[in-house]
Write a protein that binds this ligand. Structure first.
Ligand SMILES: Nc1nc2c(ncn2[C@@H]2O[C@H](COP(=O)(O)OP(=O)(O)OP(=O)(O)O)[C@@H](O)[C@H]2O)c(=O)[nH]1
Ligand SMILES: [Mg+2]
Length: 329
C-alpha cells in the first residue's frame, strides 16, 4: 500500500463514512491521489450491484429511489446513492425537495447519499460517477444507485455505467412517445411507470409493453419488464424490486455480468484517457509552438490538426496491434 495515503484507503475499507466522503470528493475533482487510492482498494471492488435510474424531469425518480432504499433496508441490504445534480435550469428547482426527502434516509448508517455536481461536462460526469461507484463498492454497499435526469448524452453515459438501467416515466405529457423517440427505451433494462394513481397509467404500460415486445421478441435479448408503481403512496415497489432482481439474475447467468463489467471498464479507460489526453499532449512537449508555426505557414486549422494527428498516429506503439492479435479469439 502506498505510504502517502494508507489512512484513506484503510479508512474506506474499514467502513468509515468520512473516508468515503473524502474519496468521492477526490473522484469528483479527478484528484491526483485518486488513482493510487483506487489501486489500494481495488481488490474490494466489484461486489455491489449498480443501478442507474433515469427518466424525464419530475417523473418521480427521487421519490422512487427513496422508496427503493427504504424497501432494501427492510431486507437488510445497505444502499449507496449518488444523485447527479441537474445543471439544467428547468429542473434546478427540485433540488431542495430532493435533499429533504432523501434526508429521511441519511440518519440510517446503512444508507449513504451524495449529490454530485454535473457541471455540464460530457465524459467528466460519467468518469466521476464510475470512480465514485468504485469507492462506494469498495466501502461495501450491497446496492449502488445513481439518479440522473434523462435529458442528454452525458446522462445516458452515466446510467450506462450501471449494471441495470431503470427508466422512470409517468402518465400524461406524452412521456411514453417521447421516450420511444429519444432512445430512452433502448437504454432501459427495467421500465417503470410511476404515478400509477394518475389516469392513463394502464394504457401507457400496454403501449410500452408492445414497444418492448416489438424491439426484443425472438432476438434472444433481455426483454425489459414494464412495472407500474406509485412511489408517492408506496404501491408496487415489491414488484419493481423483483424486476430489478430478475435482470440482475439474468446478467449473472452465463457470465453476462462479467462481460458487461469488462465493457464498463473499457468505457472508463476511454473516459480517463480522454480527460488526460489533451493535457498530456499540450503540456511541455512544444506542441503549441509547433501548431503556431504551422498556422504561420498558412496551414488551415484543420490542415494543422490533421498533420499533428498523422504524426501522433505514427508514434503509436506497434506492440498494441500485437496485443490485440494475441487476445483475439
Ligand atoms: N401523483 C403522484 N405524484 C408523485 C408520485 N411520485 C412522485 N410524485 C410527485 O412528482 C413530483 C416529482 O417527484 P420527484 O421525485 O422530485 O421527481 P424527479 O424525477 O426526481 O424529478 P427531477 O429530479 O427534478 O427530474 C413530486 O411532486 C412528487 O411528489 C406518485 O406516485 N404519484
Ligand atoms: Mg430528482
Amino acid at each position: 500500500m502506498n505510504s502517502q495515503q494508507p489512512s484513506l484507503a484503510q479508512g474506506l475499507l474499514a467502513g468509515q463514512r468520512g473516508a468515503l466522503a473524502r474519496a468521492i470528493t477526490w473522484a469528483e475533482n479527478a484528484d491526483r491521489r485518486f488513482p493510487q487510492l483506487l489501486e489500494d482498494v481495488y481488490a474490494a471492488v466489484g461486489r455491489s450491484h449498480r443501478l442507474g435510474v433515469t427518466g424525464p424531469p419530475g417523473a418521480g425518480k427521487s421519490t422512487l429511489v427513496n422508496q427503493l432504499a427504504r424497501h432494501l433496508r427492510e431486507l437488510e441490504r445497505t444502499v449507496g446513492i449518488l444523485a447527479v445534480d441537474p445543471s439544467s435550469p428547468f429542473t434546478g428547482g427540485a433540488l431542495l425537495g430532493d435533499r429533504i426527502r432523501m434526508e429521511e434516509r441519511t440518519l440510517d448508517p446503512g444508507v449513504f447519499i451524495r449529490s454530485m455536481a454535473s457541471r455540464g461536462s460530457r465524459g467528466g460526469l460519467a468518469r466521476a460517477t464510475v470512480d465514485a461507484f468504485d469507492v462506494m463498492d469498495a466501502f461495501g454497499f450491497d446496492q449502488l444507485i445513481v439518479e440522473t435526469v434523462g435529458v442528454g448524452q452525458a446522462e445516458y453515459d452515466v446510467v450506462g455505467a450501471a449494471d441495470t438501467v431503470l427508466v422512470v416515466l409517468c402518465p400524461g405529457a406524452g412521456d411514453g412517445v417521447q421516450a420511444m423517440k429519444s432512445g430512452l427505451l433502448e437504454v432501459a433494462d427495467v421500465l417503470c411507470i410511476n404515478k400509477a394513481d394518475l389516469p392513463g397509467a394502464d394504457r401507457m404500460v400496454a403501449d410500452l409493453e408492445e414497444a418492448v415486445h416489438i424491439r426484443t421478441a425472438g432476438k434472444g435479448l433481455w426483454m425489459p419488464p414494464v412495472v407500474s408503481v406509485s412511489a408517492g403512496t408506496d404501491q408496487g415497489l415489491d414488484g419493481l424490486l423483483e424486476a430489478i432482481q430478475s435482470h440482475r439474475a439474468w446478467l449473472e447467468a452465463e457470465g453476462r455480468l462479467q462481460l458487461s463489467r469488462q465493457e464498463q471498464r473499457l468505457d472508463q479507460v476511454q473516459r480517463v484517457l480522454r480527460e488526460g489526453f489533451d493535457h498530456a499532449i499540450w503540456e511541455g512537449r512544444g506542441l503549441e509552438g509547433y501548431a503556431r508555426a504551422m498556422i504561420k505557414a498558412s496551414r488551415t486549422p484543420h490542415g494543422a490538426a490533421e498533420r499533428i494527428l498523422e504524426q501522433l498516429k505514427a508514434a503509436l506503439p506497434s506492440e498494441w496491434a500485437q496485443v490485440q492479435e494475441e487476445t483475439q479469439p
